[in-house]
Design a protein around this ligand. Structure first.
Ligand code: AMP
Length: 142
């Protein structure tokens, strides 16, 4: 099963923020969109980093004055991405070993969606349910 399958049902919209915007802007965006991470992107749409609620909490340990700082100061620049053809099992492994819950999907050098651990769990649950129903049917018919 591939990432493209999840994108087909959840859509390809990705919330982004320019690097010079402040942590306050990022917090407002996360709250408004009800999400846990935002992609930091340049005017050309290039992925420059990712800023998650964890980065903001870590930054706040220094004091609330950081809220006026640019997101580029606290984002993770080395972003692990996947493609629409990536396997969902591989994404789960990357998220587990890398200890992060968001994975931007990049296709032809451009952002093509974002997958969260919530999307992966939802998809896997639906898959397990489907398998269980198929097995039940097999046993009943047999
Ligand atoms: P998260 O669990 O996604 O809230 O993020 C935990 C930490 O990993 C934060 O420092 C994020 O900036 C970072 N992070 C989140 N997603 C990725 C990713 N796809 N690649 C690299 N770092 C990430």
């Amino acid at each position: 099963m591939t990432v493209g399958l999840i994108l087909a049902s959840k859509g390809r919209d990705v919330v982004t923020i320019p690097p010079h915007r402040t942590l306050t802007d990022a917090v407002q965006l996360l709250a408004e969109k009800r999400i846990g991470a935002v992609i930091v992107a340049g005017a050309d749409g290039k992925v420059l980093g990712i800023l998650s609620e964890r980065d903001i909490v870590r930054a706040l340990a220094a004091g609330s004055h950081v809220m006026g700082d640019p997101v580029s100061r606290y984002m993770t620049s080395k972003v692990v991405t996947c493609g629409p053809d990536s396997l969902i099992g591989d994404i789960m492994e990357d998220m587990t070993s890398g200890r992060f819950r968001h994975m931007p999907v990049v296709e032809g050098g451009r952002l093509a969606g974002i997958i969260s651990i919530g999307d992966v769990v939802k998809f896997r649950l639906a898959e397990f349910q489907h398998e269980a129903e198929a097995l039940k049917e097999y046993i009943t018919v047999g």
